[in-house]
Design a protein around this ligand. Structure first.
Ligand code: ATP
Ligand code: MG
Length: 476
């Protein structure tokens, strides 16, 4: 017996129906037959056949009519039977989407091979379709953005409008406001959704490595380049490239990026032939990029190229109305993830949430509730179950905590990526602002600055040179 194949055979020549039906039934394939086109069309609409074998010329409705009228979403492979000498029709049949055609008189074994191929093809198509559906659903699920405040509603509208276009989007917002989530939502709702979204964070990658991460390199481009490597632009081809923290990009990489944006092509490091790519760009920054443009730290031309559609995500403290809904969403999410009893928030807990400063924005809220769900034995979370972060207007976070959180963020994003020499990468970020600020305070007086810093003058001079601190800038 054959594995569950169900076919339709339609012909006005009853002797053909009889032969074909008997042949396939013997092979264990279920056959339904139709004596004319109208009947065949009806049966197709109401049944789920694995394949249909249809005569091209039938009174009332021809095989070609059926091909034109059938709902393409039905995914039914149709095999057209033609009489000899009607090649024109055969071509027409294939053009209209027939799976195959066969000329009469035909060998039944030959028809059997075609029918089985058609049924297999239908099965594969269905699998692919369901995978694509699941993938799409997953992408959209991953990108749930909560917010009933007016600003967030406006942002949703912009996402909806901009998604199907290829316009470059620049997302502004403090850390933890949901910039990456928005980028993912734009991609998931775009025509590129089934192609990759590739993210690269300029702040988390040492400056010297950013260029090779973006553009890749040829074998032998530099010592250690033992294999050619594709950069993020190539990996994102046909999809979206999310450029996170663009404010941290060096001017050098900025010019190279500008070139790709303008020309849609680039060179791998050490490469001689240009590589063209079709990539949609979404960028994000938590810095005041317009100020960076004024101060010539960010190229103005690149800024205009990226800032085609700006989306400004306000900090959580400026849209407090979103807090209860976000809190409810996160509680639900953690409960589902952990298979726990549903926890809810007491009135005083909600009041507490309104009083916090939320310097870490939505991410901070998410983390706090996560901890509470895990640690609290109570089904209803009260104020005392919540960690107490800084109240609004209260003292700033201790320095160590600020640095700790920022580093934690950077390191969590490395995920085994090519960051070597973390010390050399991170320490200048601490030293440069420290020395610059002290020099500012002493109005550029290095003797006083060295004293304040508690290091000797020569060390200070060396540091200023090494860290490329501009004395003009610092002494202002
Ligand atoms: N509106 C929102 N609805 C649901 N979850 C949100 C929302 N905004 C942010 N989040 C969640 O908060 C966390 C931080 O969001 P995301 O990474 O998108 O922020 P970000 O702005 O890119 O932050 P950073 O600048 O630190 O990279 C994520 O876990 C995200 O799922
Ligand atoms: Mg981010």
């Amino acid at each position: 017996m054959k594995k569950n194949i169900k076919i339709l055979i339609a012909d006005d020549d009853e002797s053909i129906l009889w032969v074909v039906e008997r042949f396939f039934t013997e092979k264990g394939i279920a056959v339904t037959s139709a004596k004319n086109g109208v009947k065949a069309y009806e049966l197709i609409k109401t049944n789920d056949f694995d394949a249909a074998v249809i005569d091209i010329t039938m009174p009332g409705k021809s095989g070609l009519d059926i091909l034109s009228e059938i709902d393409k979403g039905k995914n039914l492979p149709i095999i057209i039977m033609t009489a000899q000498g009607t090649m024109k029709n055969a071509i027409e049949a294939m053009r209209k989407g027939a799976f195959d055609y066969i000329t009469k008189p035909f060998d039944l074994d030959e028809l059997e091979v075609i029918v089985e191929k058609a049924a297999e093809n239908k099965r594969l198509n269905e699998q692919v379709r369901s995978l694509k559906g699941r993938l799409k659903q997953k992408l959209t699920e991953d990108a749930v953005i909560i917010g009933n405040s007016r600003v967030m509603q406006e942002i949703f509208k912009t996402i909806g409008r901009v998604s199907p276009t290829d316009a470059t989007v620049l997302i502004y917002g403090e850390s933890g406001t949901g910039k990456e989530l928005i980028a993912r939502a734009i991609h998931a709702n775009s025509l590129r959704a089934e192609c990759p979204l590739v993210a690269i964070n300029s702040a988390a990658i040492p400056r010297e490595l950013l260029e090779s991460e973006l553009f890749g390199f040829e074998k032998g481009a530099f010592t250690g380049a033992s294999e050619e490597r594709h950069g993020k632009f190539e990996l994102a081809n046909n999809g979206t490239l999310f450029l996170d923290e663009i404010g941290d990009m060096s001017l050098d990489v900025q010019s190279k990026l500008l070139r790709v944006v303008q020309e849609k092509e680039f060179y791998r490091i050490g490469g001689k032939k240009p590589i063209s790519v079709d990539v949609r760009l979404i960028a994000a920054t938590n810095q005041d990029i317009e100020k960076a443009v004024e101060e010539k730290r960010f190229r103005e031309d690149l800024f205009y190229r990226l800032n085609v559609v700006p989306i400004k995500v306000p900090p959580l403290r400026e849209r407090q109305g979103d807090i209860p809904l976000l809190a409810e969403y996160f509680l639900q999410k953690f409960n589902n993830e952990m298979g726990m009893d549903l926890k809810s928030l007491s009135k005083d807990a909600v009041d507490a949430l309104f009083s916090y400063a939320w310097q870490g924005n939505v991410r901070e809220l998410e983390n706090m509730l996560h901890k509470a769900v895990i640690l609290s034995p109570n089904p209803i979370l009260s104020r005392s179950d919540l960690a107490t972060p800084k109240q609004r207007g209260a003292q700033k976070e201790p320095l160590e905590e600020v640095i700790y959180n920022r580093l934690e963020d950077i390191i969590s994003r490395l995920e085994g990526k090519s960051a070597h020499e973390l010390y050399d990468m991170i320490l200048p970020f601490m030293e440069r602002p420290l020395i610059t600020l002290v020099l500012k305070k002493t109005k550029g007086n290095q003797i006083k600055a060295a004293e304040m810093l508690g290091i000797n003058r020569n060390t200070l001079r060396k540091k200023i040179k090494e860290l490329k601190i501009s004395l003009k800038e610092a002494g202002k």
